[in-house]
Design a protein around this ligand. Structure first.
Ligand SMILES: [Zn+2]
Length: 696
């Protein structure tokens, strides 16, 4: 009983407390706090948001990459709007009457008494013309804002872009953002959003019925100041960034250049690129769709998202790991009879008969045989079972940042692929496999996926003789020039310094007298390695990575040009020009050297537009394909006799149809088209099909 009574009093006390709180709150709102006066008298008071300047992004030499440009949003509070000359108003801001009606309804739907954007991003000129006559249009006002402007139209995929927040982003931010606010959507703009965005301010002003400003509310007592976002100093060097973008025009691929002694990224080219200014302004939506539709995928951030088998540049890693394992030393000699034999019938070819080579020679000549032997010894003769020999090898390779993210300060990085022992056990349905089952790994082919960023990081490791700093794109934040602590830590890869000497000597010879001879730079000793990566979908990819100078290296660079053929022909000369530009700020090579690269168009061939005499065929083809799609499923069909129908379908008509296809579809798509057509034919057997097909 006691407890019942005490509980009863507790509940009563709670009720009384709540009532008192509410009463006090009402008193406070109505009598004490004049902030509520703002909303009570909303018709004369206007709350202007002061948008902070977004932090500016500079390059490493403090040249502007991204800045701000003022724009003007036309705002409306529908409840305050009085009748006016709509047509005159529409012509002032260059919109149609229909558009006006649509937007006004939208604003009313949002709120009668709260302001919303009526027309976004008016130019300074339009806004000036409008402001002069704003007194004729009560309920409308202009809100200043800034948008991004990229003076050199460069580094789009690195900078990223900003866009209006969506509902999910508003929710995630705990309502920090309001509808209509901008937020970084990709690139640096996204990963450094918290620092770039700054803090919004508010200005409360009084407005009379004629839409004229009548001073500040309570002398600005409730105003808050906007705080600008932090400026960022990017690691990028605009000179070589721009040059890299020019050289990669009409090519698909990447360039990543790193300063080995800091991990700062000097160039970050993703090709094809786009003008970052396309993602700003009133055409943004259309441009965005255009970019998404582009078959060469300009929105794909190749340096961190494209994964390739690395090809011969991977021999550098195998050379280092094998020495560390003491499988070979710089003096180990293997003889190359033109290829490496393994298993019962396996043969991995070399470009030619290399004869006897030591490690330096094997790197210079890029001898597959040498690395076949070396890899086989690491896996099969490590004193462990081959599967565990492989595991040990894999562990050593992964320390180079292969098969894992490097945690670059950009969203969307991919980790690539370094196959596990389990993959092969599953494939061969046994644990008893050895080097012969994945010998391609010795020369960087097979189940490997490495991003251009990872390639550049590997060559930075070689330049540093054994360690790397996490590659990053922002070198200093704000006025205090803060550097993130994780960017100043050395990451060792578990290879002793002395093992780098023969590898670097080999790489120096690649440029001095080997495959990359054509890319030699006057007075600068560059050490590099070419690669030509087999590509099952078309032409080989051209790969090159290098660092320079040999002593006290200042730049490490990786270049990938897709479908371009030999590494020595395209990637190496592009890298060498950028290295020279970076180190000397000038180019010593003759004009034709650069022109050849600038003019080359290595984009995959687009399907040739159908010649006019073939138009008829193509129209027929479209017709046939469309009518096939529209046909009813087999079960709905009453077609008979079945046998005749079947014969018609499988023997006569498809051949004709396939001939038409062959004429009109590019070779590489033919198989796909054929298969899809066969599928249609086999699933849809009706009278109509036969008719359609035989008639045509
Ligand atoms: Zn060889």
């Amino acid at each position: 009983m006691d407890s019942f009574f005490s509980r009863k009093y507790v509940i009563q006390a709670i009720f009384i407390a709540i009532t008192l709180t509410l009463l006090l709150r009402i008193f406070y709102i109505q009598v004490v706090d004049d902030q509520y006066l703002l909303s009570a008298n909303n018709n004369v008071l206007r709350r202007l948001i002061i948008y902070p300047a977004r932090g500016i992004i500079l390059d490493r030499n403090l040249k502007v990459l991204a800045q701000n440009e003022p724009v003007y949003d036309l705002m409306v509070i529908p409840g305050q709007v009085a009748p006016f000359d709509t047509l005159a108003f529409c012509s002032l801001i260059a919109i149609s009457k229909t558009q006006f009606d649509k937007q006004f309804i939208k604003a009313k739907k949002y709120s009668l008494y709260r302001a919303s954007v009526f027309e976004k991003q008016l130019s300074a000129k339009t806004s000036a013309g409008l402001q002069e006559r704003l007194f004729e249009y009560p309920g409308f006002y202009v809100q200043n804002r800034s948008v991004r402007y990229y003076p050199d139209s460069t580094a789009a995929q690195f900078l990223g872009y900003i866009g209006e927040v969506n509902d999910r982003e508003i929710e995630k931010s705990g309502s920090f953002y309001n509808k209509g606010d901008y937020i970084g959507k990709s690139g640096i703009e996204k990963s450094y959003e918290d620092l770039l965005r700054g803090q919004r301010g508010v200005r409360n002003i009084m407005v009379d019925v004629h839409n004229r400003e009548k001073g500040r509310f309570f002398e600005g007592k409730y105003d808050t100041l906007a705080v600008s976002g932090d400026n960022l100093i990017a690691s990028l060097d605009k000179r070589i960034q721009l040059m890299g973008e020019q050289l990669m025009r009409n090519k698909i691929g990447s360039i990543v250049a790193i300063e080995p002694e800091t991990g700062e990224i000097l160039a970050f080219v993703s090709s094809p690129g786009y003008d970052p200014n396309m993602m700003v302004g009133r055409q943004r939506g259309n441009n965005y769709m255009k970019l998404l539709d582009d078959s060469n995928k300009p929105m794909f951030i190749r340096p961190t998202q494209a994964e390739y088998p690395p090809g011969s540049i991977f021999k550098i890693i195998n050379a280092l790991v094998a020495q560390q394992f003491q499988t070979i030393d710089y003096n180990t000699i293997y003889s190359c009879p033109g290829g490496y034999r393994y298993g019962y019938r396996g043969f991995m070819k070399c470009t030619h008969v290399h004869g006897s080579l030591n490690l330096i020679g094997a790197i210079q000549e890029s001898c597959n045989t040498y690395f076949g032997y070396t890899y086989a010894k690491m896996v099969d003769k490590s004193g462990l079972r081959p599967i565990n020999g492989f595991r040990k090898w894999r562990e050593a390779v992964s320390k180079f940042g292969i098969g894992g993210k490097l945690d670059i300060d950009l969203p969307g990085e991919r980790k690539g692929l370094l196959p596990t022992a389990e993959l092969y056990t599953k494939r061969w349905k046994s644990e008893r496999w050895g080097s012969g089952f994945n010998i391609s790994l010795s020369i960087g082919q097979g189940e490997l996926g490495i991003t251009p960023l990872q390639m550049a990081n590997v060559v930075a490791i070689v330049a540093n003789r054994g360690f790397y700093y996490k590659p990053h794109l922002i070198k200093a934040i704000g006025a205090k020039k803060i550097i993130r602590p994780e960017f100043t830590q050395k990451n060792y890869v578990g290879i002793d310094t002395q093992y780098f000497s023969p590898v670097i000597e080999g790489m120096s010879r690649v440029v001095k007298q080997g495959t990359a001879y054509y890319s030699k730079i006057n007075d600068i000793e560059m050490c590099g390695k070419t690669g030509t990566v087999q590509n099952p979908h078309g032409e080989n990819h051209s790969v090159f990575f290098a660092f320079a100078p040999r002593n006290n290296p200042k730049i490490a660079i990786a270049v990938v040009v897709e479908n371009a053929g030999y590494g020595a022909t395209w990637s190496a000369p592009i890298a060498s020009l950028l290295v020279e530009k970076y180190l000397k700020d000038s180019i010593s090579r003759p004009k034709y050297y650069t022109d050849r690269l600038l003019k080359a168009n290595l984009l995959p061939k687009k399907p040739i537009p159908l010649a006019s005499k073939r138009v008829k065929d193509s129209l027929r083809l479209v017709f046939i394909k469309d009518s096939l799609k529209k046909l009813p499923e087999t079960k709905n069909s009453n077609a008979k006799p079945k046998d005749t129908l079947k014969r018609n379908l499988t023997i006569k008509t498809p051949k004709k149809l396939l001939d038409t296809l062959r004429k009109n579809i590019p070779q590489k798509n033919l198989k796909k088209e054929k298969d899809s057509l066969k599928k249609y034919i086999s699933t849809k057997k009706s009278k109509t099909i036969t008719d359609t097909l035989t008639k045509k």
